[in-house]
Design a protein around this ligand. Structure first.
Ligand SMILES: Nc1ncnc2c1ncn2[C@@H]1O[C@H](COP(=O)(O)OP(=O)(O)O)[C@@H](O)[C@H]1O
Ligand SMILES: [Mg+2]
Length: 204
C-alpha cells in the first residue's frame, strides 16, 4: 500500500507520517518511510542542490531535477518495497511537482504532467493526504522549530507563491477526489491522525 502526504512546509506532514507509521507498526505491518526528494544517494544529493540558497535555479531545471530524484527513488526503493508487500509512506510525491512547479512556478501543466508520468513510471499512491493549513499558520509553526532556523530556497518563495501552490493542491483534489484527500490541518494532531486512520481503514 502506497500512501503519500502533501502540504506546504510546516503543515504537519512529517508529524502525521510518524503517527501513521506507528499505527501500521502496531498492526505488525512492515513500513518504509521516505522523504521526497531523498532516500537514495542521488536523490539526497539532488535535494541539497534544490534546497540550497547558494544559487538560483530556473523553473524548468527545478522541474527536471525533482523528476530525476523521484524516478531514481521509484525504481530503486518504492517499487521494490511495494513488491515485497511493505506499506510505503512518502513525504511528498508527484502532486508536489504539480502544485509547486506547475501552479507555483507557473510552468505549463502539460510539461509537469509529462515529467510526473515519466518519473512515477505508473507507480501512484492509493491515498494522498493533503494537510491544508494557511500559509501564516505554517510559518508560525516553523518558527518554533530549532532545526529549521533558516528557510530553504523553495520556502523563501513568498506568500503569493504559496497561495498558488494551495490552489494547485485544491485543483488536484477536485480532479481526483477518491485518491487525493483534503484534511483540515488546523486541528489537534491527534484529531487529524484519527481522521487519516479512519480513511486508511476504509481502504484496507
Ligand atoms: N496539528 C498541529 N497543530 C499544531 N502544531 C503542529 C501540528 N502538527 C504539527 N505541528 C508542529 O508544526 C511544526 C511543523 O510540523 P511538521 O510535521 O514538521 O510539518 P511538515 O513536515 O509539513 O513541514 C512542528 O513543530 C510540529 O510539531
Ligand atoms: Mg516535514
Amino acid at each position: 500500500m502506497f500512501i503519500s502526504f502533501e502540504g506546504i512546509d510546516g503543515s504537519g506532514k512529517s508529524t502525521q507520517l510518524v503517527l501513521l507509521r506507528e499505527w501500521f507498526e502496531e498492526r505488525g505491518r512492515s513500513i518504509v518511510t521516505i522523504r521526497e526528494p531523498g532516500a537514495t544517494y542521488l536523490s539526497e544529493a539532488i535535494r541539497d542542490i534544490l534546497l540550497s540558497n547558494k544559487q538560483s535555479i530556473t523553473a524548468t531545471a527545478e522541474l527536471l531535477l525533482f523528476s530525476a530524484a523521484r524516478t531514481q527513488l521509484v525504481e530503486t526503493v518504492i517499487q521494490t518495497s511495494l513488491d515485497r508487500g511493505d506499506v510505503v509512506l512518502c513525504d511528498r510525491y508527484v502532486d508536489s511537482t504539480t502544485a509547486y512547479q506547475g501552479y507555483g512556478r507557473q510552468l505549463t501543466l502539460e510539461s509537469v504532467e509529462i515529467c510526473n508520468s515519466l518519473a512515477a513510471r505508473g507507480v501512484m499512491p492509493v491515498l494522498t493526504f493533503f494537510i491544508d493549513v494557511p500559509y501564516n499558520e505554517a510559518q508560525t509553526r516553523m518558527q518554533f522549530e530549532t532545526s529549521q532556523a533558516k528557510p530553504d530556497r523553495i520556502e523563501s518563495s513568498g506568500p503569493e507563491f504559496f497561495e498558488r501552490v494551495r490552489s494547485g493542491y485544491l485543483a488536484i483534489a477536485a480532479q481526483e477526489p477518491s485518491r487525493f484527500i483534503v484534511i483540515n490541518g488546523v486541528q489537534e494532531r491527534d484529531a487529524i491522525h484519527r481522521e487519516i486512520v479512519s480513511i486508511v481503514e476504509r481502504r484496507l
